[in-house]
Design a binder for this molecule. Structure first.
Ligand SMILES: Nc1ncnc2c1ncn2[C@@H]1O[C@H](COP(=O)(O)OP(=O)(O)OP(=O)(O)O)[C@@H](O)[C@H]1O
Ligand SMILES: [Mg+2]
Length: 599
């Protein structure tokens, strides 16, 4: 036997199939994509035993002509591209011409189709890679593909398949991804004869998201909608309280294709960094549209990865779009008009706070500036915060309310346990964690003043001196400029004493030593350039925590109201720096329910 020989065709396909068709779910994904590429508007999926025993998918697309049926099952046969130029600007989901051939190599496959010129359908079968001649069959306009006994002829591979329930779960996930990306198409999914999903055609993208991921996601999400010259990012990003312990609610699509992309993941992680606890994962459904020639989709056999020509620009675009959408301060969200005011009458369109309650979690039950309720028209409390142009939000002043109106976070009533502020707005009771809220306010102020290079400093009448080791003293001397930029003036008094002579006005003088130590430690461990860039927000967060009002500080009603008004004006004020909520709304409706009033 010669040392080197050409492999038989079937074996080549079986090897290739290992990459493209890992499990029933990957076959399902390929078949769904083929149906979409064929222009189908109605797609039905039937699975048996997790898709291992049977996977049948029927579409009403343009079909395949009788004399092309066998071709469709051959390797490197595609109708979607013909040249390298086509590949570089490919807009269809498929283009490699190998999905059906791979399936035919590792399963018993039947392909039936009927085009609009046929009077009846035709089918071909592939068994052990052998293709039968086309035979007439009963088939409506469109195509049906049946895959039976996946990997029956490659037992080693079949062993890797998991239980029926697990394989079904993977299939369902593949189905959801495609269904999310094409709301104009009707989809249904059956498993072992039971209908699992039925999604009507022509849904608005946002409704499809709610249908697939559930209302809770919709209610906790803000809309992301940003267009640049050739880029667009649309979709929903959930606020931190909807975050997950894993990445299972992350859907990112590039030109309609679900992908796992490092650039996008990193940008999204960063966009959430400030408001999400580091052990939680954000939830989102986002669609990036980009000219096809700016993205390479031919990176991975299953096309689950892409490569951007301008990855830096894409990163920035995603980061800014999502960060801005998440930054909605309480005051920008609009009032829901039909909520009956229980005490002072309110203006329509007045801003409303973000409402959160445990029973029915709602971070932001609001309407867009057009008054559009996204998820559930007419049902109070189920809409979502919509992204409102930031310029607009910046102009709005919380003090611009009509005398008779109530600000979003209402007016303070009392302080509870030295920890919470209780306030009343038109919906009922607001409970604020005063430390968490204040911390966020100070943090945001520190960030924006550092950005503008004008952290206002306060000189200390009596400098605060403290014992420091020689390294601290050396750091204070060497990093004088960085300290100055951060609003500190720290000078050595002796080889083992440092004195804080000035500090940021936003911080408390009583915290001078702690704050100075914090900053010096950072500078010592990481150096000025890192402290002022990548570590900056963490440091400002720590400083803000020192500066924020502590529990058990008694606040006057005026002080409490001032804090509420500042919250309304502060970006991201719905969460503290660590991603915990800063306030909750308990509506009168919820109180009524608790007391069984009107039931
Ligand atoms: N549901 C369908 N309706 C109409 N034509 C189809 C359908 N499925 C497949 N085809 C035809 O069969 C060809 C081969 O399909 P296959 O999935 O193997 O390759 P592809 O979609 O071109 O590329 P890829 O391997 O990247 O998916 C397609 O190019 C298309 O012309
Ligand atoms: Mg295909």
């Amino acid at each position: 036997m010669p040392a080197i020989q050409l492999l038989p065709d079937l074996l080549i396909s079986q090897i290739a199939a290992g990459e493209v068709i890992e499990r029933p779910a990957s076959a399902l994904k390929e078949l769904l994509e083929n149906s979409l590429d064929a222009g189908a508007t109605d797609i039905t999926v039937q699975l048996e035993n997790g898709g291992i025993k049977l996977l049948r998918i029927r579409d009403n697309g343009k079909g395949i002509a009788k004399d092309e049926l066998k071709l469709a099952l051959m390797r490197h046969a595609t109708s979607k591209i013909a040249s390298l130029d086509d590949l570089q600007s490919v807009a269809s989901m498929g283009f490699r011409g190998e999905a059906l051939a791979s399936m035919a190599a590792v399963a018993q496959l039947t392909l039936s189709s009927r085009t609009h010129v046929d009077t009846h359908g035709w089918k071909v079968e592939a068994i052990d890679g052998q293709l039968s001649e086309p035979e007439p069959t009963n088939q409506a306009l469109g195509t049906t593909v049946e895959i039976r006994e996946l990997y029956f002829n490659t037992p080693a591979r079949r062993k890797f398949l998991k239980t029926e329930a697990t394989e079904f779960a993977y299939c369902e996930e593949a189905f959801k991804r495609v269904a999310l990306s094409r709301p104009e198409v009707a989809f249904s999914l059956q498993h072992n004869g039971k209908i699992i999903w039925q999604l009507a055609a022509g849904q608005e993208a946002i409704k499809r998201v709610a249908a697939v991921l559930g209302d809770a996601f919709g209610q906790a999400a803000v809309e992301v909608s940003r267009n640049a010259t050739s880029l667009s990012l649309q979709g929903l990003a959930a606020l931190p309280a909807y975050s997950r312990a894993n990445r299972d609610a992350q859907y990112f699509f590039v030109n309609g294709r679900f992908v796992r992309d490092k650039v996008a993941s990193h940008a999204l992680r960063q966009a959430y960094q400030d408001i999400l606890h580091h052990q939680r994962h954000p939830a989102f459904v986002l669609f990036l549209d980009i000219p096809p020639e700016q993205v390479d989709v031919n990176v991975h056999p299953a096309k689950s990865e892409v490569r951007f020509r301008e990855s830096q620009g894409i990163h920035q675009f995603i980061f800014h779009s999502v960060q801005q959408a998440l930054a909605i301060p309480a005051q920008t969200a609009n009032q829901t008009p039909q909520q009956s005011a229980t005490f002072v009458p309110m203006q329509q369109n007045m801003s409303l706070g973000i409402a959160q309650s445990n029973a029915a979690y709602r971070v932001g039950e609001t309407y867009s500036e057009k008054g559009k309720n996204v998820f559930d028209e007419g049902n109070y409390g189920t809409a979502t915060v919509l992204n409102i142009a930031s310029t607009e939000s910046k102009q709005a002043s919380p003090f611009a309310h009509h005398d008779q109106t109530i600000p979003p976070l209402g007016f303070a009533l009392a302080q509870l346990s030295g920890i919470y502020i209780l306030a009343q707005n038109q919906h009922g009771l607001i409970v604020v964690d005063m430390h968490a809220a204040h911390e966020r306010i100070v943090y945001e102020k520190l960030k924006s003043s550092l950005d503008a290079e004008k952290i206002s400093t306060q000189p200390l009448l009596i400098p605060v001196s403290f014992y420091a080791d020689t390294l601290d003293v050396a750091t204070a001397e060497a990093e004088h400029a960085a300290l100055h930029q951060l609003g500190f003036d720290i000078a050595p008094l002796s080889p083992t004493t440092l004195a804080v002579r000035a500090m940021p006005a936003l911080l408390k003088q009583s915290e001078a030593e702690n704050a100075a130590r914090e900053v010096l430690n950072e500078l010592r461990d990481f150096g000025a350039s890192r402290v002022l860039t990548e570590r900056r927000n963490e440091l400002l967060g720590t400083l803000a925590c020192h500066a924020a009002v502590r529990a058990n500080r008694i606040l006057s009603v005026t002080e409490m109201n001032a804090l509420l008004r500042e919250m309304e004006n502060t970006e991201r004020s719905g969460q503290c720096n660590h991603g915990r909520p800063t306030w909750f709304q308990v509506t009168l409706k919820e109180l009524d329910k608790m007391f069984m009033r009107g039931q």
